[in-house]
Design a protein around this ligand. Structure first.
Ligand SMILES: Cc1c2[nH]c(c1CCC(=O)O)Cc1[nH]c(c(CCC(=O)O)c1C)Cc1[nH]c(c(CCC(=O)O)c1C)Cc1[nH]c(c(C)c1CCC(=O)O)C2
Length: 345
């Protein structure tokens, strides 16, 4: 395949660039007044996710302000459980609510064959984006990784201790692996459709991988991710995939080596000297500014950004946050961050 020309794809292909490409997780969102306006026009958050014109519009909004090197499809990781047949609602101020599946007897409601009926508008959003983003901007498709999506399916909402899912996974591993297998299949099909519609890279969000034991991490994070990556690459051998196992710590090495992902995302807690010495030689890394710096701003934000650039400049690197932008973020600070990075030498 010819060498990519877009900076984001060049970094993902392993090139060390003098100025790293930049995009930010949750770059479309409530911190932008124009997002809040489009969202109220759409109705609910899920109405926005399933409205291709408006989902395309909110994806483009941060590009107009900051000219990021990549656009990420506007959707949510929880459209997969919904498309499989589990009831989902986003309650204002409370986050997602699902009818919890606490054990294997609850799996009967899930049906992979019907997912594309629900997800059709998401593929349409990808196609619209592919036709409307600037020619130097890369288009990222995404899904939640199976373990993280399963946490919401089993807990029924966000969780602090993940007690129900760990009880299910550790107590009935065979029953739990049926849920994970369903998610591997649905996620593969979903992502293949995104790539057919024009996504140039895929990111798998494994937000809650860090709560598992060593064996749990291998079985419920590494193994399913490896299957999805192999399934995608069997059809699209050159498709770059980024895995973001938040909180994985020392597991990052095994994750990179055994899943087949091209690049790994770093949360804000990972020591960068360790990354430069042990991880970046295995492939590109992406991260890891603590999103709170975008609220506090000032010299502290710039100095922390400089530290990250200094530590990771000698290998393939994509600048990002260690987790998603929060609604309290100042749009002005995002502008200052981008300007500093673009002028960094
Ligand atoms: C765990 C998870 C979810 N969703 C996602 C994750 C993994 C990454 C992470 O840990 O943040 C991923 C996600 N969610 C959203 C995107 C869109 C693309 C982008 O990054 O700009 C992406 C990539 C939009 C969203 N997803 C959500 C919003 C806020 C919805 C609103 O407008 O009210 C957005 C813009 C809602 C959401 N979605 C989810 C929760 C727990 C919540 C509620 C918390 C909150 O309100 O911030 C599930």
């Amino acid at each position: 395949m010819p060498k990519p020309t877009k900076t984001f794809l060049r970094a993902l292909a392993g090139e060390t660039l003098p100025v790293p490409p930049i995009w930010l997780m949750r770059q479309a969102g409530r911190y932008l007044p124009e997002y809040r306006a489009t969202r109220s026009e759409a109705g609910s958050f899920l109405d926005l996710c399933y409205n291709p014109d408006l989902a395309c519009e909110v994806t483009l909004q941060p590009l107009r302000r900051y000219d990021f090197d990549a656009a990420i499809l506007f959707s949510d990781i929880l459209v997969i459980p919904q498309a499989l047949g589990q009831h989902l609602a986003f309650k204002q101020g409370e986050g997602p609510q699902l009818d919890a599946i606490r054990d294997a007897s609850g799996l009967g409601i899930l049906n992979v064959d019907r997912i594309h009926n629900t997800l059709g508008p998401v593929y349409e959003t990808v196609a619209k984006l592919s036709a409307s983003i600037p020619s130097h901007t890369s288009l990222i498709g995404f899904a939640g990784a199976p373990w993280t999506v399963a946490t919401y399916m089993v807990e029924g909402k966000g969780s602090k201790d993940f007690a129900s899912i760990r009880r299910f996974a550790y107590g009935d591993p065979d029953g739990f692996s049926r849920l994970i297998d369903i998610l591997v299949e649905a996620t593969t099909q979903y992502l293949l459709k995104q790539v057919e519609a024009g996504a140039e890279c895929i990111q798998l969000f494994e937000t809650w991988g860090g709560v598992l034991s060593e064996n749990g991490f291998r079985r419920w994070v590494i193994e399913p991710t490896k299957k999805i990556v192999a399934n995608l690459k069997a059809v699209h051998p050159d498709l770059p995939v980024i895995g973001f196992p938040r909180g994985a710590g020392l597991h990052l090495i095994d994750f990179k080596q055994h899943t087949g992902v091209d690049a790994v995302g770093l949360d804000s807690g990972v020591p960068l000297k360790w990354v430069a010495e042990n991880l970046q030689s295995l492939g590109p890394v992406q991260g890891n500014l603590d999103p709170m710096y975008l609220i506090t701003g000032g010299d502290e934000m710039i100095e922390e950004t400089r530290r990250i650039l200094d530590m990771l400049r000698n290998g393939p690197f994509i600048f990002n946050l260690g987790h998603g932008i929060t609604p309290e973020t100042s749009p002005e600070n995002v502008g200052k961050l981008v300007e500093f990075i673009r002028n960094y030498r």
